[in-house]
Each structure stands twice: as structure tokens, then as C-alpha cells.
Design a protein around this ligand. Structure first.
Ligand SMILES: Nc1ncnc2c1ncn2[C@@H]1O[C@H](COP(=O)(O)OP(=O)(O)O)[C@@H](O)[C@H]1O
Ligand SMILES: [Mg+2]
Length: 257
């Protein structure tokens, strides 16, 4: 069996027959407020506790806000901020990525070259830098797992479908080439069960996990589903889940489904 990176999220590793096969590039898609960022923090936390370092790159919220929200939602992960401070969980936000890239000695030259003239950088140039340099930056870290929160925020920043698709496919190819396992968050425009769909840029990914809701019998139920996962057998069943102080818990999980 291929080595696994655990999600650590209640029930999900069972759905995955042990976890995400190492080296897989996975999409975590869901509606706003579905708990995608919290899912990732639980995964970061559980991996760090198991001695597997991980990094989160956020194009959405600030580092401080992210850690605060996760600790608020999961009071039982009381040492989460200590793991972040100790560098077992690396958290980069837009500000820290920019700073790290511009301060990194090996990257300075490339950074200056792309941002020609008065270094008046467009966001496209920024993402070009990210594409070129972030894997190098992460290559210096001990992280085995990379979380990207989130690709939809990147698309909104780039505002150009072609550049966005290039960014997504290049990023995933490079991370895979470096042997990272990654989890990239995508916002579903319409999180209802019957409307879940994916753009062509995601077809090359190794796995897709969705968090959506269904309106059965007039009741809204939050569901999680492993739609696809290369390299392992997995459950295809949509299972209800809850966000609890002790973590996200799925219900009625079984590999036989
Ligand atoms: N302190 C908390 N207690 C319970 N549930 C919380 C708490 N904080 C957040 N949540 C739940 O988590 C959701 C937000 O999770 P988040 O991972 O930020 O969503 P997403 O990244 O999918 O937009 C909220 O909509 C709420 O349901
Ligand atoms: Mg989020």
C-alpha cells in the first residue's frame, strides 16, 4: 500500500482507507462556511501532532485571523498556536509570502527581474513569482503537506481565466514534482448537492473531496464525500458531518459503502 498522509478529520481517513496517498494533489471543494478552512486546520494540527510538518498558504484570511478562528472553533486544539510558533505548522498569508519571497536571497534576482522598473508589480507578476518561487520556499521547509486556501480567491485576484488556469495547473504540477501532498480549497458557487461541478483546471487533480448540502425532507444536511482519490479504494458515500469543539466529525462512515 502507498504511504498515506492522514487527514485526521473524524471518519475521513476511514473513508479513504487510511488517508490520502502520499504525493496526491487534492481539491477540497465546498460552499462558503462549509468548514473547508477548519478541515484544513484540523489536518494541519493532527499531522503536526503526529510529527508530520505541514504548511498552509492563504490568499484569503490573514495568518493571525486564521489561527484565531481555528482555535476558536476547536478549543480542544489548545496547543495549535504553539505548533504554529514552533514552525511545525507553517502559515503563510499574502503578506508573509510576499515578504518571504522578496527577502529570500536566492529569489531576489528573479523577483527583481519579473518586477522590472520601479517594481510596480501587477498581481499577475506576483503570481508568476509564486509559481516560480513558492515551491523553492517550501522546498526549504520540512513540510510534507501543503494546503492552499484558496484557489477561488486567487481567481478573483487574477481576474483572468487563462492566467488562473495556468497558475492552478502549474502549481499542482510543481508541487507534485517536488513530492508534496497538497490540499487546495475551492469555493463552490452553488453548494447544493445537485449543482456541484468542476472547471477543466481540476480534472488533472488526483483527488476531490466535496462538502455540500442536500435538502432532504425540508431539512438542510451538510454532507462530505470523496468524489475521487487516485491510489486508494475509498467510500463513495456522502456522509453527514458536524463541526464540534473536538474537531469535524462525520457520521455513518464505512468503507463498504
Ligand atoms: N467557534 C465555532 N463554533 C462552532 N462552529 C464554528 C465556530 N467557528 C466556526 N464555526 C463553523 O465553521 C464555519 C466556518 O468554517 P470555515 O472553515 O471558515 O468555512 P469555509 O472555509 O468553508 O468558508 C462556520 O460557518 C460555522 O458553521
Ligand atoms: Mg475558508
Amino acid at each position: 500500500m502507498r504511504a498515506r498522509i492522514i487527514t485526521g478529520v473524524g471518519g475521513v481517513d476511514k473513508m479513504l482507507n487510511g488517508g490520502i496517498p502520499e504525493g496526491n494533489q487534492v481539491i477540497l471543494a465546498g460552499g462558503p462556511g462549509a468548514g473547508k478552512t477548519l478541515f484544513c486546520f484540523e489536518m494541519l494540527y493532527k499531522n503536526a501532532k503526529a510529527g508530520v510538518n505541514a504548511a498552509l498558504v492563504s490568499f484569503d484570511e490573514s495568518r493571525k485571523q486564521l489561527v484565531m478562528n481555528a482555535m476558536d472553533a476547536f478549543p480542544e486544539f489548545a496547543d495549535l498556536n504553539q505548533l504554529v510558533d514552533a514552525g511545525k505548522i507553517e502559515v503563510y498569508d499574502m503578506e508573509s509570502v510576499e515578504k518571504a519571497l522578496s527577502n529570500h536571497p536566492e529569489m531576489n534576482e528573479e523577483y527583481v527581474n519579473v518586477a522590472v522598473g520601479e517594481r510596480e508589480r501587477t498581481l499577475s507578476a506576483f503570481f508568476k513569482q509564486m509559481e516560480i518561487n513558492l515551491p523553492k520556499l517550501l522546498g526549504k521547509s520540512q513540510a510534507k503537506l501543503i494546503v492552499i486556501d484558496n484557489l477561488t480567491a486567487v481567481r478573483n485576484l487574477i481576474q483572468n481565466d487563462y492566467d488562473y488556469r495556468n497558475f492552478v495547473t502549474n502549481m499542482s504540477r510543481i508541487l507534485k514534482g517536488r513530492g508534496f501532498t497538497s490540499l487546495a480549497i475551492v469555493d463552490l458557487a452553488d453548494p447544493r448537492e445537485e449543482s456541484v461541478s468542476f472547471g477543466p483546471e481540476f480534472f488533472a487533480f488526483d483527488g476531490i473531496i466535496t462538502m455540500y448540502y442536500s435538502l432532504g425532507a425540508g431539512k438542510k444536511v451538510a454532507l462530505m464525500e470523496v468524489v475521487k482519490m487516485r491510489g486508494t479504494g475509498h467510500s463513495h458515500k456522502a456522509v453527514p458531518y458536524e463541526i464540534l469543539p473536538s474537531g469535524i466529525k462525520t457520521l455513518n462512515v464505512g468503507m463498504e459503502d
